[in-house]
Design a binder for this molecule. Structure first.
Ligand code: NAP
Length: 280
């Protein structure tokens, strides 16, 4: 059995085509106004700058605008909160992306939680997370919501399956686990204090790697026929799962690159368009 490639790049392209049409329709009925995503980049981490640029480029591809806020490394929590307040109050801004991580002196959670729920298109607020976990309408955290879109696109069965999520970060592992639970998976969440990790992974029908360590999850931990989702992105580039070892015996897998990454951006943009449609 050769695993089906869950082609995030291709699916993201299709989503962008659809979004271009929605943006054009929205502009037609709002006197030419286009959805605007505000991106906030704090400090000089080159990887973060690249991610923000990629998100701005995606906005352009679908005919949206992005408003870039760039703040110095020494920015305080109060200064960042004030920027977020400005963007919350600006009716032309439909979505706010605060690029993670911010410099260590900043209270990132307080800043995420200041983003108004209507503009939380990256799905980072506690309020949005709580609503999502309760099955209420909310913008999902972009990476796990992108993974859910990808699974839906390929009709991957989730109900009743055992999903093992390795990682419990607020933007990835934790919301991923609740999204899978909402779709009736039985979910095991693993983290750095988990014991017998290989043994737990062996039971996974769906395995999600969200650890941040190159090829940390070994191929021989994964059972035949599993659906393998690798959210990791490390220099190489390789993911958090030893994908080369499972290509011939999994049911489906996300390639690295070209799997989860493009879906994250497409989801962020889609949620911004949705926010603009609601605002209009
Ligand atoms: P993170 O905040 O560093 O969280 C890593 C998680 O892995 C933590 O929950 C940690 O457990 C767990 N972990 C660390 N060592 C472990 C071990 N030995 N055994 C089991 N679990 C362990 O990272 P993140 O932001 O969630 O990102 C994870 C990966 O996804 C990274 O490769 C990142 O580049 C990638 N990512 C990709 C996208 C995308 O769009 N493609 C977006 C975001 C992130 P504790 O909680 O116990 O510390």
């Amino acid at each position: 059995m050769t695993g089906v490639i869950l082609d995030g790049k291709g699916v993201a392209k299709k989503i962008e085509t659809d979004l271009s049409q929605r943006v054009a329709k929205l502009a037609a009925r709002t006197g030419g106004k286009k959805p605007i995503l505000a991106t906030i980049l704090v400090g000089d981490d080159p990887a973060s700058a690249t991610y923000v640029r990629m998100k701005g480029n995606a906005c352009e591809r679908v005919g949206m605008q992005s408003q870039k806020v760039i703040l110095p490394q020494e920015t305080t929590t109060e200064q960042l909160l004030a920027e977020i307040d400005n963007l919350n109050a600006n009716p032309d801004v439909h979505g706010i992306l605060l690029q993670h991580p911010v410099p260590p002196q900043i209270d990132e959670r307080a800043c995420f939680d200041r983003i108004s729920i209507e503009k939380d298109v990256d799905g980072v607020t506690s309020h949005g997370f709580g609503r999502m976990a309760m099955g209420e309408r909310a913008f999902g955290s972009a990476t796990p919501a992108g993974i859910m879109r990808l699974l839906a696109h390929y009709d991957i069965p989730i109900k009743g399956k055992h999903a093992v999520v390795v990682g419990r970060s607020p933007i990835l592992g934790k919301p991923m686990a609740f999204m899978l639970l909402n779709e009736h998976a039985t979910v095991t969440i693993c983290h750095s204090r988990t014991q017998n990790l290989p043994e737990l992974v062996k039971h996974a029908d769906i395995i999600v790697g969200a650890v941040g360590k190159p090829e940390f999850i070994r191929g021989d931990w994964i059972k035949d026929g599993a659906v393998v989702i690798d959210a990791g992105y490390n220099p190489g580039p390789v993911g958090d799962i030893e994908l080369s070892a499972i290509l011939e015996r999994c049911a489906a897998y996300t390639p690295v690159p070209g799997g989860v990454g493009p879906m994250t951006i497409a989801t962020l943009i889609a949620q911004t368009v949705e926010a603009a449609e609601r605002a209009a």
